[in-house]
Design a protein around this ligand. Structure first.
Ligand code: ADP
Ligand code: MG
Length: 528
């Protein structure tokens, strides 16, 4: 694509002129005149651009139009080390023509070009052309006002709303009123109205949404709805996992939110594994994160009362539970994963198009930010038909690896010889909490359950060391003789004691025998 050149005034300093050029990859702004040479040129990568708009200000006598582009580049933090996404706005005044309309048209031409090129940056990821037109569009945002420290709505007002507007994302906000409200809404919703379902909460609300989608009679289509996560909970494990997969360094809760908002605006969709969980009453649930019994499950639930501490609630809960460490007796068995993931357990064909952009649907009335571009492109806008659509027929929710609970397991399963555990934890994403990298080599859609268990006999100090090491993912079995890590496709746990806690994705479920099987890439997640 050819480079666009223009000379505009910097807004705020009309006397400062800028030579602006737009290449395929960058917006380069060169300040003209007597600005010190060191500071007079900025090059912003279009990969970091979420949107651009053209508009006129209220003053009718002024014929100028304005152009503003919004970037969230990774920058060095103000405090501490490492990088975080920080907002940068570039705003110009265009007044080359006397006719206001002509200036606006010129600004619109630029805005449109910036948006198209920002999107195209990601179209060619891994050499695969993902779509010609890309725009995240109509999102349903489900906000849990009680999640985490109870600040979700403030975080929406302070960060999310502005970002989505900058990106031209139309969204409707629903504030959940109680537990299971989101699940019920999603179960009944007209999904054709939404291009993505986004939760602003912790992992618990996503658990509701996924199970709501799978409750539906049209679940096969429903579960293909792209899901997004804006972390506001005390447990933001999936958000932290997405960042880990993208190679991003550990960030604070607020930085994690901004970064997730950025990913949402970029709208790249990946597949995500789900695990089907069977409880003794016959109830079946779908899980995207974890299944836990023992120390981890107890800490998760007992630390609910410290939720106003945010993510620190788990550390606090862990110290309390360590002081009264106990054993959990039961039977554990699993179906090992073999090296070849395509021969076992994979219900979906494994092609290379694991990324799909959210496509813009025809929408005559868009956010005013983007009217100019839409008029050019809405006719071309369409849902992307990529190889994924053919996967639907091959997708199955039936659990072929699992006999009924209570029935004997096939000979291909491994029965763990120990029956005394400190914890049993099945993970299918890397993070157990924002700062607990429990399964460092997990990925979003590998079709593997990482099964960890800690055998009885571990000292308090060794268990504490294990969790401290987990912050960096350094808790490998070689450094702790009581820890076992194995990759499995399915597992069964049968606790012996009549009472206890089992959690799925951090939520308490019915206690008793439980078994689970992984379904590779069953869901869609907006991620890096
Ligand atoms: P956190 O990470 O802070 O625990 P979650 O998203 O996991 O946040 O939500 C915690 C629980 O709150 C979940 O069980 C969810 O179903 C429930 N919930 C959702 N909306 C509400 C609400 N309005 N009031 C109370 N609980 C809610
Ligand atoms: Mg939770």
């Amino acid at each position: 694509m050819s480079t666009l050149y223009g000379e505009f005034a910097a807004t705020g300093h009309r006397k400062v002129r800028c030579a602006v050029s737009l290449t395929d990859r960058e917006l380069v702004v060169q300040r003209l005149g007597s600005v010190p040479a060191r500071r007079n040129r900025v090059a912003l990568s279009l990969e970091d651009c979420v949107g651009c708009r053209a508009y006129r200000e209220g003053d009718k006598a002024d014929p100028a139009a304005y152009l503003t582009a919004y970037f969230y580049p990774l920058k060095r933090r103000w405090v501490g080390s490492g990088l975080s996404r920080q907002r940068v706005e570039q705003c110009f005044r265009l007044a080359a023509f006397q006719e206001p309309r002509a200036n606006l048209e010129e600004a619109q031409k630029w805005a449109c070009a910036v948006r198209e090129r920002s999107n195209r940056c990601e179209h060619l990821r891994d050499g695969v052309l993902l779509s010609e037109l890309s725009h995240p569009c109509r999102m349903l945002l489900l906000v849990n006002p009680q999640s985490g420290k109870g600040h979700a709505l403030t975080l929406y007002n302070n960060h999310v709303q502005r970002m989505l507007n900058e990106a031209g994302v139309q969204h409707t906000l629903i504030i959940t009123e109680r537990q299971n409200h989101a699940r019920e809404l999603v179960r009944e919703a007209d999904l054709s109205q939404w291009d993505a379902l986004v939760i602003m909460s912790g992992d618990g609300l996503l658990f509701e949404v996924i199970n709501g989608l799978l409750d539906r009679s049209d679940w096969e289509d429903a579960i293909l709805t792209p899901l997004g996560i804006l972390p506001c909970g005390s447990g933001n494990a999936l958000a932290a996992s997405i960042h880990h997969y993208a190679g991003a360094s550990l960030v604070s809760s607020e930085e994690l939110l901004v970064s997730c908002g950025f990913l949402l605006c970029k709208g790249v969709v990946s597949r995500m594994d789900l695990v089907s969980v069977h409880l003794s009453s016959g109830t079946r649930l779908f899980s995207f994160l974890s299944l836990a019994w023992g120390f981890v499950a107890d800490v998760d639930i007992e630390s609910e009362k410290y939720r106003h501490f945010g993510a620190a609630r788990f550390t606090l809960g862990m110290l309390v539970r360590l002081a009264s460490l106990r054993l959990y007796k039961g039977k554990l068995a699993y179906l090992p994963a073999t090296g070849d993931r395509n021969s076992v357990g994979s219900r979906l064909t494994n092609n290379h198009s694991t990324l799909l952009r959210l496509s813009m649907r025809e929408s005559p009335v868009q956010n005013s930010f983007h009217n100019s571009c839409n008029s050019n492109n809405s006719l071309k806008a369409r849902r992307i038909e990529c190889s994924w659509s053919s996967n639907k027929a091959q997708t199955s929710r039936s659990d072929s690896m699992l006999p009924r609970l209570g029935e004997p397991l096939p000979g291909s399963w491994v029965v763990v010889p120990e029956e005394d555990f400190v914890l049993v934890l099945a993970m299918y994403q890397s993070h157990l909490a924002e700062d607990l990298l429990a399964a460092p080599d997990a990925t979003l859609d590998e079709g593997i359950i990482h099964l960890f268990y800690v055998k009885a006999g571990i000292s308090h100090a060794a268990l504490l060391r294990l969790f401290l090491a987990m912050e960096k993912g350094a808790h490998v079995p070689s450094s702790c003789a009581h820890l076992v890590h194995t990759k499995v496709l399915a597992l069964r746990m049968e606790p012996y004691s009549p009472k206890g806690i089992i959690t799925v994705d951090g939520e308490v479920v019915e206690y008793g025998p439980v078994q689970a099987e992984v379904h590779r890439g069953l869901a869609r997640l907006i991620s890096a």
